[in-house]
Design a binder for this molecule. Structure first.
Ligand SMILES: [Zn+2]
Length: 172
């Protein structure tokens, strides 16, 4: 009789432990949080706001075909803004012709406006550049640019909006 009692206690304990563990397991695991961006939108919202090509590049990290972008050979004075959120990213004074087929800048308006991410896709090690405000994919940065920075921000035209400098007296 005593043995049965002991056995019952063991079984009940085992069941209890199993139950507690199953509860722990089913607790929602802490999500691997991506870097939180100031602007967070659902994919549906982005799809509504962006053109299909903008969506493909900005949100799906696509690349426009080289030499086809609107701003590739565009050298007006003004500012280049993120097409996803309007943040001013590059000035025309740092744009140069790198002959790579995409708009190239040797410097950024303000380093805090972008985030650099290691990109190992397509069998290459590159540094991806995304907008720090909305997370939109802009392009990549390479270290084969001209002086004074030696950097080449190689940016998709479709990720940019251009605002011409209308105030001629506002020369920096
Ligand atoms: Zn943005």
């Amino acid at each position: 009789m005593k043995q049965i009692k002991t056995l019952t206690i063991i079984v009940i304990s085992a069941l209890l432990i199993a139950f507690v563990y199953s509860q722990l397991e089913s607790k929602p695991k802490e999500k691997k949080t991506m870097d939180k961006m100031p602007i967070e939108k659902t994919e549906e919202e982005w799809k509504k706001e962006l053109s299909p090509e903008q969506y493909r590049v900005l949100r799906e990290k696509g690349t426009e075909r080289p030499g086809t972008g609107e701003y590739n050979l565009h050298f007006e004075e003004g500012e280049y803004k993120c097409a996803g959120c309007g943040t001013v990213l590059f000035g025309s004074d740092t744009k140069y012709e790198s002959h790579c087929g995409w708009p190239s800048f040797y410097d950024i308006d303000d380093k805090s406006k972008i985030k650099e991410i290691k990109d190992t896709s397509h069998g290459m090690i590159r540094t991806e550049v995304v907008c720090a405000n909305c997370g939109g994919h802009l392009g990549h940065v390479f270290d084969d640019g001209p002086n004074p920075t030696g950097l080449r921000y190689c940016i998709n035209s479709v990720s940019l909006d251009f605002a011409p400098d209308t105030n001629q007296s506002k020369n920096k």
